[in-house]
Design a protein around this ligand. Structure first.
Ligand SMILES: CSC[C@@H](O)[C@@H](O)C(=O)COP(=O)(O)O
Length: 364
């Protein structure tokens, strides 16, 4: 998507043909910084410390990490080691394991001297495929927005609530939850997005709001606790969120707080959609609550908040007593029964084993 008048993806191969450049998301919306990363250790840090984040982008970044390892040492042992090193950076988003598995499956049969070039090629393809998947999700979600718009007065916007950042910053381009929103805006369908701030890291306030502003999408930032109130007042037409892992039975794991939005949506008959590319489906998991590992992040993310001071400095402030402990589970699981539909690259699936099987018969 565009930053100013320039088109960016979130990750691209450097001119040296070996490193990658990424948009460093730690500083947004206050500062737009590009980082160059040329080692597996650098890739692991960028994923773990959330310079890059969002399930699909984590996967693509890891794929490039495998390529860097192959350029240094293309042996089978090194392939297994880089899989382990990168896999442990973040536990919940399944796209990380999907990308690492795909790279290893593709590289293992090749002679070692061909692996580095092949790995960079395959990582680039995975990045391009992500863009195509998201574009298709956009088309399928656009049909839902159009149907809601058709029931409204002419010119009245479709009000969409979203949580966390499942925008182009969380993918290579377009985003998952935001792709239908961008396509609706391009098509001239009036939309208005309520952006959940998404404590503790504020991906909504910092990233989704920045994306919406950058693309001229009318939007309003709300605190996480406001969504239920707005739904009770009929001010939300639909919810669209992303997901870090969706089970073969349609349970949806996503940023902490998603479950509460789904409960409020169900209580108020507001359709609750989840947008996802198929690499986000974990076909090996059936019971999301019991089986998906939930990342426990640092308590500092709860007790300390980043922002920009009046003097223009990007700084962190403490919001709780020094001695108060904090817990920081980063994701929760929304049971399939609360999900209206899964917007995939192939169409909108029912959030159930049968729905996903019908959409992806070759994988189920
Ligand atoms: C297209 S992204 C879907 C999810 O990855 C997104 O909603 C999310 O929860 C991201 O969490 P994050 O912890 O910022 O990586």
């Amino acid at each position: 998507m565009n930053v100013g008048d320039r088109h960016y993806r979130t990750i691209w191969l450097s001119d040296d043909g070996r490193s990658v450049e990424i948009i460093d998301q730690r500083w947004l919306p206050h500062d737009f910084r590009i980082e160059k990363i040329g080692s597996v250790a650098g890739i692991a840090t960028a994923i773990r410390d959330m310079w890059v984040r969002g399930a699909p982008l984590i996967g693509v970044t890891a794929a490039y990490g495998v390529a860097m390892q192959m350029a240094d040492d293309p042996s089978d042992a090194a392939l297994d080691t880089v899989w382990e090193t990168l896999h442990e950076t973040r536990p919940t988003a399944i796209n990380l394991r999907w990308a690492l598995d795909e790279m290893r499956r593709f590289l293992r049969p090749l002679p070692t001297e061909q692996r580095a070039a092949a790995a960079y090629r395959r990582a680039g393809e995975i990045a391009d495929e992500d863009v195509e998947l998201n574009r298709a999700i956009g088309e399928n979600g656009l049909a839902i927005i159009k149907a809601i718009a058709a029931r409204k007065q002419k010119g009245e916007p479709v009000n969409i609530l979203t949580h966390c950042n499942a925008g182009w910053l969380a993918t290579v381009d377009y985003g998952t939850a935001t792709a239908p929103i961008y396509l609706a805006t391009e098509a001239g369908i009036p939309v208005h997005v309520y952006v959940d701030e998404t404590r503790p890291r504020n991906q909504g306030a910092q990233l989704t709001a920045w994306e919406m502003a950058g693309h001229g999408v009318p939007h309003t930032l709300i605190v996480d606790n406001a969504g239920g109130h707005l739904m009770q007042r009929g001010e939300i037409d639909m919810v669209i969120v992303g997901t870090d892992r969706t089970t073969a039975d349609g349970d949806v794991c996503n940023k902490i707080g998603t479950y509460l939005k789904a409960l409020a949506a169900a209580d108020n008959d507001v359709p609750f959609y989840v947008a996802l590319p198929s690499p986000t489906i974990d076909w090996t998991v059936h019971d999301g609550l019991a089986e998906i590992p939930i990342e426990q992040r640092s308590a500092d993310e709860v007790s300390l908040v980043w922002g920009k001071t009046a003097a223009g400095e990007i700084a962190q402030v403490r919001i709780s007593p020094e001695t108060t402990p904090a817990a920081n589970p980063a994701f929760d699981v929304t049971p399939a029964r609360l999900v209206t539909g899964l917007i995939t690259e192939r169409g909108v699936a029912k959030a159930s084993r049968e729905g996903l099987k019908a959409m992806f018969p070759e994988r189920a």
